[in-house]
Design a protein around this ligand. Structure first.
Ligand SMILES: [Cu+2]
Length: 500
C-alpha cells in the first residue's frame, strides 16, 4: 500500500496525452478460447433468453461481515461466453454484500492484477481515512490490504456498490468487470421476492478479451457494445401475476446513462441512492446516471414485456463534433414474462411503509455556513503542461486537473455548505461526492419541491445544479469527481478535506 503521488498522476496524464488506443488494463489479448453458447435465432448474444442469475450473497452476522476479495484477471462467463475479464472473486458482477446500519465490514483485498487498484464503498457514509473508504490509497500488484468499514448506527438504508477507485485505472478496471452491489437493509417492505440487478456494459473482442478504446471514446466516456444485467445479455425475468417484487438496480456502467422503463408493468420508486421517497411513487421511467442506484417496486401483471433503457441525451464531447457514437441510446436490458396462476401471497397496491432511514434531515431550513462554486472544465486549460490532457483536451474542475497533493476545498466538520456546480461544457457530467450525501435543491434554476438526496448528481450540459451538504461525523480527506470514469481518470477530480 502506498499513497498516490503527484509523479504517478503525471505519468497517467502523459499516457492520456499520447492518445493510446488500448487502455491501461494490461489485458491479455490471447489465450482465452472463444466458446459461444448456442443462441436462439435473432438473439443478441449468448445469454439472451436465459433466466436471470443473481450474484452470490454475503450477509453479515452479529453485526459483522468479513469478505476476502480477490481481484484477478481470469476467464469468466460474461454475456453467455467465456471472456478474459477483471473480476472480484471470479464473478461478474462480484458478490452482493448485505449488511445493516451499525455493522462493520472487514475486507481483505488481494490485488492479483498487473495494475494498482483499491476499493471504494460507493455511497456509504463511513470514514474516508486510514483503511476505511480511502480513495487515495494505492494497492500495488501482488499486495494485500485490510479494509475496515464501520457503518454508523443511523446509516441510511438502501442499495450501494463497491468498485475500484485507483486514479488512472478506474474506468479500465470497472469496464473490465470489477463491481458488486451492497445493500444496507431495512425490514419494511413486504414483497414476493427481491432482486439485485447490476447493470453494466463491456466490449469484447472476437477472442474474448476486453476491447481497448480510442481517444475519442475516452473523451466521450466509453460505452460498451454489450449492456449486461448481472453479467448477462437480455436475461429473462419470470414472475406470476399479482406478485410484487423489489428491484435494487445499480448503474455500474463506466459512462452510460440509463433511463429505465418497464412498459406494461407498474413501477414504483422507493428511492434513489440513499434518498427515500416519502411514499412509493409511481413512475414511467427512472434516470440513473453512472453510479446512481434505484430501489423499485414492481407489480407484476400478466404478459410479456421488456425492461428497457429508453435512451438519454448526454451531449457530445465537442460541440458540433459527430463522434459517430450512439451515446446512451435505447437498449433492451431484460425480458419480463409474467404467467401462471395468480399468486395469493401477492398484494399489489398494498400500502408499503416507507423505508426506515433517510440520509439526513432536510437541509433547506438550515443555516448555510459557506457557499462554494465548482465548475467542470474540459479544454481551454493552456499552461497545464499536458497534465490531465488528452489530445488537446484537458479535464478537471476550475481549470485544474486532479493533483493528489493539493486540497481543493477545505470544509468544517458538521458545517452545512451550499455548492453550486456549473457545467459550461457541451456534455452532461455526473458529479459524485464521497462519504457525505448531497441534497439536490435546484437544477438549472428550478427549485425542487421534495427533499432529494443523491450521491451522484447529473449536471446538465450548459447548466448548473445547487446542492446542500452537511459534512457530518467524519473528519478526513476524500474526493469529488465526474462519474464518467474516463473523465475522472484523466483529471476530473478534486480533493475535499474536512476538519474541525
Ligand atoms: Cu465527465
Amino acid at each position: 500500500m502506498e499513497p498516490l503521488t503527484r509523479r504517478q498522476v503525471l505519468q497517467i496524464g502523459a499516457l492520456g496525452g499520447l492518445g493510446v488506443v488500448v487502455g491501461g488494463t494490461g489485458l491479455a489479448r490471447v489465450g482465452a478460447p472463444w466458446t459461444p453458447r448456442r443462441t436462439a435465432p435473432g438473439s443478441v448474444a449468448g445469454s439472451a433468453g436465459q433466466e436471470l442469475v443473481e450474484p452470490e450473497v454475503l450477509r453479515s452476522t452479529d453485526g459483522r461481515l468479513r469478505v476476502r476479495l480477490v481481484a484477478q484477471e481470469q476467464d469468466v462467463v460474461v454475456a453467455g461466453r467465456r471472456a478474459r475479464v477483471l473480476a472480484y472473486n471470479g464473478s461478474v458482477p462480484g458478490q452482493t454484500w448485505r449488511v445493516g446500519p451499525g455493522d462493520r465490514i472487514d475486507v481483505r483485498l488481494e490485488n492479483r492484477l498487473e495494475t494498482p487498484t483499491n476499493l471504494h464503498t460507493h455511497g456509504l457514509h463511513v470514514s474516508p481515512q486510514g483503511s476505511s473508504d480511502n480513495a487515495l490509497l494505492s494497492i500495488g500488484p501482488g499486495e494485500t490490504f485490510d479494509y475496515t468499514f464501520e457503518l454508523p448506527r443511523d446509516h441510511p438504508t438502501g442499495v450501494f456498490w463497491y468498485h475500484p477507485h485507483r486514479h488512472g485505472y478506474v474506468a479500465d478496471q470497472v469496464f473490465a468487470g470489477m463491481y458488486g452491489a451492497m445493500v444496507v437493509e431495512d425490514d419494511d417492505v413486504d414483497v414476493a421476492r427481491e432482486r439485485v440487478l447490476v447493470v453494466s456494459d463491456i466490449s469484447l473482442t472476437p477472442d474474448g478479451a476486453v476491447r481497448g478504446i480510442t481517444p475519442q471514446e475516452r473523451m466521450a466516456g466509453r460505452e460498451g457494445d454489450l449492456v449486461l444485467v448481472n453479467g448477462q445479455v437480455r436475461p429473462e425475468i419470470s414472475a406470476r401475476p399479482g406478485e410484487q417484487e423489489r428491484w435494487r438496480v445499480v448503474n455500474a456502467c463506466t459512462s452510460r446513462y440509463l433511463r429505465l422503463a418497464l412498459p406494461g408493468q407498474q413501477l414504483r420508486l422507493l428511492g434513489i441512492d440513499s434518498g427515500h421517497e416519502a411514499a412509493p411513487r409511481e413512475v414511467d421511467d427512472v434516470v440513473l446516471a453512472p453510479g446512481n442506484r434505484a430501489d423499485l417496486l414492481v407489480a407484476m401483471s400478466p404478459g410479456t414485456g421488456e425492461l428497457r433503457t429508453l435512451g438519454y441525451d448526454r451531449g457530445e464531447a465537442m460541440m458540433g463534433m459527430m463522434s459517430g457514437q450512439d451515446l446512451s441510446g435505447p437498449r433492451t436490458l431484460a425480458t419480463v414474462t409474467v404467467t401462471g396462476a395468480a399468486a395469493d401471497a401477492a398484494r399489489p397496491g398494498d400500502p408499503v411503509r416507507p423505508a426506515r432511514q433517510d440520509a439526513e434531515p432536510d437541509l433547506r431550513p438550515s443555516r448555510v455556513d459557506a457557499h462554494r462554486e465548482i465548475t467542470f472544465t474540459m479544454g481551454g486549460m493552456g499552461g497545464m503542461g499536458g497534465m490531465g490532457g488528452m489530445g488537446g483536451m484537458a479535464f478537471g474542475f476550475d481549470d485544474r486537473a486532479f493533483d493528489p497533493e493539493r486540497i481543493d476545498q477545505r470544509v468544517v466538520t458538521d458545517s452545512v455548505e451550499e455548492w453550486t456546480i456549473r457545467n459550461p461544457t457541451p456534455m452532461n457530467h455526473p458529479f459524485h461526492l464521497h462519504v457525505w450525501p448531497m441534497q439536490l435543491t435546484a437544477v438549472n434554476g428550478t427549485t425542487l419541491t421534495d427533499p432529494t438526496w443523491r450521491d451522484v448528481v447529473d449536471v446538465p450540459a450548459g447548466g448548473h445544479v445547487v446542492v446542500r451538504i452537511r459534512f457530518a461525523t467524519f473528519p478526513g480527506t476524500t474526493v469529488y469527481h465526474c462519474h464518467i470514469l474516463d473523465h475522472e481518470d484523466v483529471g476530473m477530480m478534486g480533493i475535499v478535506a474536512a476538519a474541525n
